[in-house]
Each structure stands twice: as structure tokens, then as C-alpha cells.
Design a protein around this ligand. Structure first.
Ligand code: LMR
Length: 331
């Protein structure tokens, strides 16, 4: 009995010693959306896999809902190493000086997820990630959200319905031009400020996939939501390059495996999550869901595709053409 106690005490002391010698590597992972979204769930799943598979050598602290950094702050925080991982939407790389990512914002460039994946999982996606190197950032994966819908407090069916509306957008010039093409007034704003700005009338409307709309409770402050599916919103999961490259090789390999599986998870749930959310919004009875007629859809498309040519110089002709080629898109 006595001997057993001594053995247990020695084992406990050793465990404490080992733990002290091996402080876990902490990864702060900051994002701006709610937990109950495709990105929110995938970040939690990555945390679980990373911690399990590294047997606690890595601790992932996920900060959802702009609780650590918000848009306009998080990229710099990543570059400075105040946070190690982010998953900003692809529309938020312009201010960093990597405008090619705005190719994803071109209206109607992707018909569906499978077309989009031809870009993100192919050479174009890889070439875009290469452009982050010089910014001290490494691109780890593309995570899906979905196709955007438009909302406002008046019915929005035809381009003319948008005239004069102040529409909140992400920090993308392509998205600004998209709103202008509809006669609306674009306003760049951090995601964390959208609900209040809609509530107080600072802006009249916005665009996002249904899941972002619903989880920010925008149905409380927007009376109409049009299923326009006019553009895509997804994410680049990125890390501070110095941090990532400095990880022990075996840990990095394990994390890459966890990221691969978390990416599959994210991309498997995104479509259903958004489809189900449309029904959840409908059920609240607060926001009327507008399904566009084929004529209305055609009118929206006609008004918006002009944005492609107008942004050739900004986004890069080569990048746009590579995306057209991958998706078989024709203007
Ligand atoms: C937005 O700012 O509208 C979105 O990019 C938020 C997000 O990360 O999905």
C-alpha cells in the first residue's frame, strides 16, 4: 500500500514536471461570425481535431463573433502575431494589398459550389495563396459559406428597386461597384456593426449568405430578403507564416491533417446549413422571403455583370481569365 502511494506520488510529480517542460503551443484563432454558422462550427471542429491529435501539445483558442478582433483589425493582428489564425472572407484581402482575391466577389462568376471548388481546389486557389507569402501570411485552406442574398426594408426584385439604398458591404471594391451598378450606395462596414447599423438606419440593407443573416438576427431589422444568389462568400483560413513555419515539423503535419479534415467538414455542411436557414428565417415570420422570377433574375444578372470588365485592372486580367477558364464562364 505504502509503496503504491510512493509510486503514485512520484508519477504525479513526474507528470507535473513534463507538463511544465512542455507548455502547450497556443493558437489563437479569431473570426467574426457566430458559433452556429459553417465557419463557426468548422473552427470548433478544427480545435477538437488539433487538440486530440497533438495529444494536448497544441491548444486552440477560438474567438468567435469579433470577440478578439473585428474586421479592419484582424489582418494586422495576424501579421503582428497577436493572433495566429484567422478565416476572413475572401472579400477582405483588398486592404492587405492582395486584390486578386476579389475575383471571388465578381457577380455570377460561380453557378454553384462545384464550379467554385474547381477554383479553390485547383491551381488558381494555390496561386492566390502564394500571393500571401510576401505579406507574412500562409494560406491553409478554403472554407465554404455560400451564395449571397440581398435584404432591405422594401421589396427588392429588380435592379431599379435598389436605387438610392445604402447597402452595407465588406471591404471589397468589386462589391462596391456591384452595389453602384444597381444604383445603390455602398458602405464598407465591419461585420460586427451591421445589425446595429441596420437597426438605426445608418444603412438600409445588406448582402450575405442566409446563415450570416439569421445568426446575427438581421430578421429583426430587415423586412425583405431576396434570394438573388448573385455572388459567393467563402473564406481563406490563414496563419501567421513565421508562427506556422516555426512549428515543430511533426506538429505542423498533424495540424495540416486536422485542417484537411476540418475543411471537408466545413464544405460538407455549408450548403445544407444555408438552405435550412432560409426556412428558419421564413419561420420567424419577420422577414418576407422573395423568390425572383426568371425575368427578374435575368435583369439582375444583366445589371451586375458589367462589374467584371470594370474591375479587370484591379483584380488582374490573368486571375479573372484563369477563373473563367476553370468554371467555363462566358460574359
Ligand atoms: C461579412 O463581413 O459580411 C462576412 O464576411 C462575415 C463572415 O466572416 O462571414
Amino acid at each position: 500500500m505504502k509503496l503504491q502511494m510512493v509510486v503514485a506520488a512520484v508519477a504525479a510529480a513526474l507528470a507535473v514536471g513534463v507538463a511544465a517542460a512542455q507548455q502547450p503551443i497556443v493558437i489563437k484563432f479569431s473570426h467574426v461570425v457566430a458559433l452556429d454558422t459553417p465557419k463557426g462550427k468548422a473552427a470548433e471542429y478544427f480545435k477538437k481535431l488539433a487538440e486530440e491529435r497533438t495529444k494536448g501539445r497544441v491548444k486552440v483558442e477560438v474567438y468567435p463573433n469579433s470577440s478578439l478582433f473585428k474586421d479592419g483589425e484582424e489582418m494586422e493582428a495576424l501579421q503582428l502575431g497577436s493572433v495566429q489564425m484567422l478565416a476572413p472572407s475572401l472579400a477582405k484581402f483588398g486592404p492587405l494589398g492582395v486584390r486578386d482575391f476579389e475575383v471571388f466577389d465578381l457577380p455570377y462568376v460561380f453557378d454553384d459550389y462545384s464550379e467554385l471548388h474547381k477554383v479553390t481546389a485547383g491551381p488558381v486557389g494555390a496561386a492566390l495563396f502564394k500571393k500571401l507569402d510576401s505579406k507574412g501570411i500562409v494560406g491553409l485552406a478554403y472554407w465554404d459559406n455560400g451564395f449571397k442574398v440581398m435584404s432591405a426594408n422594401k421589396p427588392i426584385r429588380m435592379p431599379a428597386d435598389y436605387k438610392g439604398l445604402k447597402m452595407r458591404i465588406q471591404s471589397s471594391k468589386v462589391l462596391g461597384d456591384q452595389m453602384k451598378a444597381l444604383g445603390a450606395i455602398p458602405q464598407v462596414m465591419a461585420f460586427s456593426e451591421v445589425y446595429q447599423s441596420l437597426q438605426t438606419g445608418v444603412v438600409d440593407g445588406t448582402e450575405n449568405p442566409p446563415s450570416n443573416f439569421y445568426t446575427q438576427k438581421m430578421q429583426e431589422v430587415q423586412k425583405f430578403l431576396a434570394l438573388t444568389n448573385h455572388g459567393y462568400l467563402g473564406y481563406a483560413v490563414i496563419a501567421n507564416k513565421k508562427f506556422w513555419d516555426g512549428l515543430p515539423a511533426d506538429v505542423r503535419t498533424t495540424l495540416e491533417g486536422a485542417m484537411k479534415d476540418a475543411t471537408k467538414f466545413a464544405n460538407d455542411i455549408a450548403k445544407k446549413d444555408n438552405d435550412d436557414t432560409i426556412e428558419a428565417i421564413r419561420k420567424t415570420g419577420k422577414t418576407e422571403i422573395i423568390t425572383l422570377t426568371p425575368e427578374q433574375k435575368a435583369a439582375m444578372k444583366k445589371a451586375l455583370v458589367v462589374v467584371h470588365k470594370d474591375n479587370e485592372a484591379r483584380v488582374g486580367k490573368e486571375t479573372i481569365e484563369a477563373v473563367y477558364k476553370a468554371t467555363d464562364f462566358k460574359l
